[in-house]
Design a protein around this ligand. Sequence first.
Ligand SMILES: [Cu+2]
Length: 424
Amino acid sequence: MASGGSFLSWLIFVFVGILGFISFPAEAAVKKYQFDIQVKNVSRLCHAKPIVTVNGRFPGPTIYVREDDRVMINVTNYAQYNMSIHWHGLKQYRNGWADGPAYITQCPIQTRSSYTYDFNVTGQRGTLWWHAHILWLRATVYGAIVIMPKQGTLYPFPQPKMEVPIILGEWWNSDVEEVEKQGTQMGLPPNMSDAHTINGKPGPLFPCSDKPIVPLKVDRNLFYTIGFGKDSCPTCVNGTRLLASLNNISFVMPQIGLLQAHYFNINGVFKTNFPDKPPTPFNYTGVPLTASLGTVHGTRLSKIAFNSTVELVLQDTNLLTVESHPFHIHGYNFFVVGTGIGNFDPAKDPAKYNLVDPVERNTVGVPTGGWTAIRFRADNPGVWFMHCHLELHTGWGLKTAFVVEEGPGSDQSILPPPKDLPPC
Ligand SMILES: [Cu+2]
């Protein structure tokens, strides 16, 4: 939230790039824009209210000009407030008439009247912004001005691939002019804003915002136990060596890439019989289990249908000892919907999942002697590694991979391998 002191403080961060060059051929030395000042209903944080806008947009339109252009912006006021617009940072050499502050360089544009801000952009480039310069209307009446270099002149930095103006602002659920009036009556700073905004949006953690979509319905439930174990090792000092496993399977690295084997249908490299749950359920986090658990070795993967929704519960165990493991999945971000200590309870724990605003990650810590539940949509075809990111554990076999099938669409199949893909 904004403090009273930073009420209506604004910043513009801008990444300037080549899109402007493409979108706006520079032969036109006069750039004309029409700004209609309109009241429009806009909703944020579940609160709809009428706000003053330019052309019905919040934030307003981005102005693209080139250094040395003449710019003519005709402002027509259809709102009930008087209006003036300031072109923030433009030097307006000898031309204060186009600067905008009400009662300083002009009288405001009255309702149903127009005024054309007519100015040259000289000796400056980069990204600035424009905003209302009367009352507190700049809370909603603002936008970016991108000044590109002259044709044939480059920016003083390497050309970026694209351009995205990022405008920081604030949102009040109440009418901003009313908020200001109330503050004045009380003799105090007005109420703080209800949210900061980026390009007019408060972000996914606020109510009624666009949110990343967590799969709510699960097509495939996976439950993988994480365990340590011992193998016999005649050449080792103790005659044994440590290993690690998922669902009691310690992964064996193949001799060629699994993705190649899958793409070219090469048999004998891996099997797709990785079990969806441990072969024998037990009290995973009870007393340490040291007996032989018959851990098997294999290059076993799990096949996942294209675009299916997957829930994977990673359950730590007390096989030899409990431990915390940072699990990483390639090819996807996933949502962490739940976590807990002890044994995952499929009857009770899902009811406690966070399906509203779970974190989206590519790596998640499975707590010591606990579990973590993640969800993702398998919309990326290919072979995707999943492993503990502690190299020691990975080396002991704490890994597997998903074979995600292809979809029917033309852009839902694995791309052909590059020609210089290294041979094994
Ligand atoms: Cu680990």
